[in-house]
Design a protein around this ligand. Structure first.
Ligand code: F6P
Length: 565
């Protein structure tokens, strides 16, 4: 089915209404303090629940009536049509002519037969693959799956990059308290040899299982690391006398210590991995939308199939909510529209995501690929130039570490940076420092930051503390720095699935307003092509060197003059 051309959001009546609303707010004076005082039910009107997550949007630079204008914009850009097209398998990734069906990865078994795309029963395919992954995971967890010397697996090493690394790595860190089978995971992604060297340190080849994860099975970094891992394994096993160098034992070692996840199962076999130990997914799963596919196999092994299912349920809960809730009450859609509001009307460039949970320390890095690879684009899905700014620079660190690093700029710098603050009511590690519950101390910081950002501190308040007049200006906090507070019950597999789906759909909403194909990533290709051309010039190929620009030549000459090997 052909897709309609994007609507130019900037030419819609809703955009004009939002511009007027923005101008009116500026004229009135943006003041959260005033708005909170004027409207006692502001918090109630701007608070939402989705799944078991609670959202407070009240400290954003909006009024309750802004939500209606957001909903009008969603209508004008036909968000509903785009969402329906996505979940029903229309090829909305039109530059790659692909469906975009990550929502199908978490549909329940009862939905088998309900989604036929390009002739395939998508949910049936998903469930069959999950069954194979779960059977494999159970074998590894129970010790039935043994290494070549008969020892049980203690470490799984995921080798992949981008979407084949960031999602599972982030989720592994997030769910560590749920690891219950005595198996840990490590994640190798960078082609920098330092990554593999450090991540294999201390590992015993006899108890290590590699999962090679690559959608295409052509990615330079992953295949290079996979070959190096093979060498590491075989040399280690031979050095300890665990195997002889015979072809038979070598093949057996690879079979028992390497499995693969890919859409290109033919390439997996060519690499030497038994196709019986390969788990597929489909070209309708984008890399950055794939953690809940076979790409999450390391998670199923470490945490078990039941936890992985809970993770999928969390995603599905938010999918259902997002698809079925009218925009004005739909916090997922509203958060996407809020981001557009800041990006295009307040002209913000960055967006901070600040998890007040150490287990979520890789979440901002994960979101960087999800959001920036999706919406960092300058042409629309019909090839025409965008008509407004797109994309945001997502970044963040867990609280309170960020507080002691970059929050200064958010509090008192010259640019406006909207921020999402994420925390959980319960911790798996309750502790007391004397009488003080440490998690409550932590949450005190979570609450204090958004309060300080919203309401600031006036010069009079600073003076009232006896501050010498000369340094009063330095101690004033302007306030009116927008934040969204997300509060969950606990960081469970379910909640993590919810959070990921939340940001997946926020990304879709923004992409739809901007008219982008959020599911391609042509912007990473040029660098890959040039790396192939440049690499021979680095070591010895003088013709390749001569073909480079002056700056590249100069850098290579410095390299050649200083290398020590
Ligand atoms: O960086 C580009 C990219 O294609 C990402 O979108 C993807 O997640 C990553 O490379 C890894 O690709 P693959 O899974 O095919 O190895």
């Amino acid at each position: 089915m052909a897709i309609n051309p994007p609507v130019d959001a900037t030419q819609t009546p809703a955009w004009a209404a939002l511009q007027k609303h923005y101008n009116d707010l500026q004229a009135e004076g943006v003041s959260l303090k005033k708005w909170f005082a004027e409207e006692p039910d502001r918090v109630e009107k701007l608070s939402f629940d989705a799944g078991d997550l609670h959202f407070d949007l009240s400290k954003n630079l909006i009024k309750p009536e802004t939500l209606k204008l957001f909903a009008d914009l969603a209508k004008d850009v036909k968000l509903d049509e785009r969402v329906k097209a996505m979940v029903s398998g229309v090829h909305i990734n039109n530059t790659e002519d692909r469906a975009v069906l990550h929502t199908a990865l978490r549909r329940p078994i009862e939905d088998e037969g309900k989604l036929i795309v390009d002739g395939q029963d998508v949910v049936k395919d998903v469930r069959e693959t999950l069954d194979r992954i779960y059977a494999f995971a159970e074998k590894v967890r129970s010790g039935e799956w043994k290494g070549v010397t008969g020892k049980r697996i203690e470490t799984v090493v995921n080798i992949g990059i981008g979407g084949s690394d960031l999602g599972p790595n982030m989720a592994y860190e997030a769910l560590k308290p749920y690891a219950d089978a005595g198996i840990s995971a490590r994640y190798i992604s960078n082609i920098d040899p330092n990554d593999l060297a450090e991540k294999t340190k201390g590992l015993d080849p006899e108890t290590t299982l590699f999962i090679i994860v690559s959608k295409t099975f052509t990615t330079l970094e992953t295949l290079t690391n996979a070959r190096e891992a093979k060498t590491w394994l075989l040399e280690g096993l031979k050095a300890s006398g665990a195997i002889d160098g015979s072809e038979e034992k070598t093949a057996e070692a690879i079979r028992k210590h390497f499995v693969a996840v890919s859409t290109a199962l033919d390439k997996v076999e060519a690499f030497g991995i038994d196709p019986a130990n390969a788990f597929g997914f489909w070209n309708w799963v984008g890399g950055r939308y794939s953690v809940d596919s076979a790409v999450g196999t390391s998670l199923a092994v470490v945490f078990g199939p039941a936890r992985f299912e809970e993770f999928l349920h969390g995603f599905h809960e938010i999918d259902e909510y997002f698809v079925n809730t009218p925009v004005e009450q739909n916090v997922v859609a509203l958060m996407g529209l809020l981001n557009v509001w800041y990006r295009n009307f307040f002209h913000t460039a960055a967006h901070a995501v600040l998890p007040y949970d150490q287990y979520l320390h890789r979440f901002p890095a994960y979101l960087q690929q999800l959001t920036m690879e999706s919406n960092g684009k300058s042409v629309r899905w019909d090839g025409t130039p965008v008509t407004t700014q797109t994309g945001e620079i997502f970044w963040g660190e867990p609280g309170t570490n960020g507080q002691h690093a970059f929050y200064q700029l958010i509090h008192q710098g010259t640019q406006l940076i909207p921020a999402d603050f994420i925390a959980f009511v319960n911790t798996p590690n309750p502790t007391k420092d004397g009488d003080q519950d440490v998690h409550e101390l932590f949450l005190g910081n979570y609450l204090a930051q958004t309060k300080a950002l919203a309401f600031g501190k006036t010069a009079d308040e600073v003076r009232a503390e006896g501050t010498p007049e000369a340094i009063v200006p330095a101690r004033v906090f302007e306030g009116n720095k927008p934040t969204t507070s997300i509060l969950g019950v606990a960081l469970t597999p379910f909640a993590l699935g919810e959070l990921i789906a939340l940001y997946e759909h926020i990304t879709l909403v923004e992409g739809t307003v901007w008219g982008l194909d959020s599911y391609d990533q042509w912007g990473v290709e040029l660098g890959k092509q040039l790396a192939k051309q440049i690499t021979p010039a680095i070591s010895q190929d003088d013709d390749a060197l001569a073909a480079q620009d002056a700056s590249t030549q100069a850098l290579i000459k410095f390299y050649r003059a200083n290398r020590e090997f």
